[in-house]
Each structure stands twice: as C-alpha cells, then as structure tokens.
Design a protein around this ligand. Structure first.
Ligand code: UT7
Length: 334
C-alpha cells in the first residue's frame, strides 16, 4: 500500500551536539614520534592537529555521553522522552555488551533502547538512514544518532602511515518527525566485502581471536593500504552523490552544503571537483580534528550548524573500511 504524500512522515535532524577531548596532538608532536614532517602531513592530508582522549579509564562512551549531554541541553530535551539511541562506532568500550547501553544509562534515557552499528567510516550515514526510517515509519518519535570514536585506542603510534591521520571525538543528532516538510530526503548506500584487508584491524574478532601471536604481530592495530583506499573513496563518493543528485533532479549548483567524511582533504576536494561543487560549499574541519571515523560528519554539522538555514540543501557522503559507502540528501529543518 502506498501512502499518499499527505500521510507520509518525514524525519528531520532537529538538533546537534558535539564533544572533542581537550588534549591536542599537533603535527610537530608527531615529528618527534615518527619520521614525518608538518609539511608532508599538511600537503598530503590537510591535517594540522587532532584531539585525543587521555583521561584514564574513559573510552568511546565518555565522548558520546558528553556529545549527547550537549545535544539534550541545546534542544532542551528530557532524556526520558528519548525512544532510541543508535551508536555508530568502530571503537566500542567492550566486545559483546553494546556501548549504546552504557550511554543510555549515563544520559538517563531510561525509556529508550539502543544498539551499536558498525560500518566503519560510513557508520554515521548508515545510522542516520536507520533512525530516519524509524521516525518516518511513525514507530518512534525521538531517536538520537551518535557517531563517536576513540581512534587513539586502535592507532599504532610507531606507524607513520596511519598515526598522523586519526583523532578522537563524538557528535550527536536528534531525529524527530519534521514539522515543516524539510528533513531527510533520500539516500544511496552500498557495501563491498572483497577488499576487507585494505583497511581495518585484523585480530580480536572471531576469525583471529586474541592470542600472544596476534598481539606480537600488532594485529590489534589499525592498518591501511592508503593509496588504494584513496582512489576507491573518490570514485565511490562521486558515484553515490551523482546518483542522489540525478534521481532528485538536482545539480551541483543547487546544493548549498557538501559534507564529506573527513579522511583526507585531497579526497574531499577531488570528489567535490568531480561533482562540480563550488569549494565554498565544501565543509571542512579535518585540519583541527583529523579523521574521527564515525564522528566526522556529525562534527561537521556541529561546527557549521549556525550557517544552515531552513531549507538549505545538503549532501552527506562517506566512504570507509569494509568497504562501505553512500550519500544522502537532506534539507535542513531549523
Ligand atoms: O577513513 C577511511 C578511508 N580512508 C581514507 O580515505 C584514507 C585514504 N588514503 C589517504 O588518505 C592517503 O593515501 C594517505 C594520506 C594515507 C597517504 O598519502 P599518499 O599521498 O597516498 O602517500 P603514499 O602512501 O603514496 O606515500 C608516499 C610516500 C611514501 O614514500 P616513498 O615510497 O615514495 O619513498 C611513503 O612511505 O610518502 C611516505 N609516507 C610518509 N612520509 C612522511 C607515508 N606516510 C608518511 C608520513 N610522513 N607520515
């Protein structure tokens, strides 16, 4: 049965919160740790510094709770009215027990359920897809999507090819039924598992459980075939965005803001160039935070929220390990 447009619910982002830990790791700090230079890092990636969570016994849940507390306070939302919390992360506090449960208890959302969603750097995009579907189905009214990662827990700070890239942080959004017809419009998401060994953490899962050998081999640390991932990231973010624009009758000029996963400024610039999006519409914060994995897109929303107007047209696009990728089209609702 098709719902008439009149009865179709649209889900919208109705608030944004964020949190970055205080400790800063600069390029000059990294120059003292590995054989690299500020000049190489800035020209190859656009990154100048990143934030690290260095508080003892604190993990990803801490970052996410802080971001959600900011969101609840900015939107004056009672945590008891929250129906669900979806956490996008690759660095849960623990295996098995979901970090979203810890978050739900810590923020006092005692009427909510939640789960962790694992889709590498596309995690926030996939979680946004899930949450907006929940709300537009009419089943739930208030869903929080939080993207948070403590990448410093996975990074090998002796490997110059990866340690310069990543940082810690979290961003959260509230999803509610749209009151003005603006909100989440469309999405195009894809996955491909033939290239798993190009980006990821080899051990600690069911295929290579933790052993003395896996620890000795550093298989619990993040590895990446950077140049191969780079090429695929540009082409898939371009393809996904092209599809979204085409099927919504849009062209690059009609888009107001382009929010791409912040993995490398050159990847973002090449993708935007190929699509034909003017550089003034390309939102960036990679220079200050590096790649925070599931937090990059909500942190862009957090940093640039004041520039968005009701009806602003925006594209969100991401590419990550797995591979996972996609693009979404939103009209800003507040
Ligand atoms: O978030 C999920 C998706 N991830 C991405 O999208 C990341 C994709 N990849 C990238 O962003 C880039 O490939 C990197 C930033 C990781 C690397 O940049 P690149 O321009 O692709 O460099 P490269 O790997 O081709 O390395 C070029 C040279 C090599 O030296 P030789 O072989 O030419 O002598 C590297 O050993 O740069 C060297 N190199 C470094 N030099 C100084 C690699 N890392 C560093 C470093 N400092 N940190």
């Amino acid at each position: 049965m098709q719902l008439s447009d009149k009865h179709k619910l649209k889900a919208a982002i109705t608030g944004v919160g964020g949190y970055l830990p205080d400790d800063i790791l600069t390029n000059s700090d990294l120059e003292k740790m590995v054989d690299t230079s500020d000049e190489w890092i800035v020209t190859r990636t656009g990154i100048r510094e990143r934030r690290l969570l260095k508080i003892a016994n604190k993990g990803t849940s801490y970052l996410c709770v802080k971001a959600i507390e900011d969101l609840l306070s900015k939107t004056d939302t009672d945590p008891l009215t929250i129906d669900a919390v979806i956490l996008a992360t690759v660095t849960p506090d623990f295996q098995v027990s979901p970090t979203s449960s810890v978050i739900i208890s810590e923020i006092g959302a005692h009427n909510a359920f939640g789960f962790d969603l694992s889709a590498a750097c596309s995690g926030f995009l996939y979680a946004l897809s899930t949450a907006t579907s929940y709300v537009s189905s009419g089943r739930y009214q208030k869903v929080i999507v939080v993207g948070g990662d403590m990448m410093s827990s996975l990074v090998d700070y002796t490997d110059r090819t990866t340690c310069i890239l990543f940082g810690d942080g979290a961003g959260a959004v509230l999803i509610e039924p749209s009151q003005n017809g603006f909100g989440f419009e469309d999405e195009y998401c894809r996955s491909d598992g033939y290239n798993q060994m190009l980006l990821g953490v080899k051990a600690g899962g069911s295929l290579y459980p933790t052993s003395i050998e896996t620890v000795k081999n550093k298989w619990h640390k993040l590895y990446q075939d950077g140049p191969t991932v780079y090429k695929r990231a540009v082409s898939e973010m371009y393809n996904a965005t092209f599809e979204i624009l085409k099927r919504n009758g849009l062209d690059a000029d009609t888009i107001d803001f382009f929010l791409a996963h912040q993995a490398n400024k050159r990847i973002i610039d090449s993708t935007a160039n190929r699509i034909g999006i003017d550089s003034v519409k390309v939102l960036l914060n990679i220079d200050r935070y590096g790649n925070t994995t599931c937090a990059t897109i909500p942190l862009l929303l957090y940093d640039y929220e004041n520039q968005f107007k009701i009806g602003s047209k925006m594209i969100i696009t991401a590419f990550g390990g797995g591979f996972t990728w996609g693009s979404a089209y939103l009209t800003w609702a507040y």
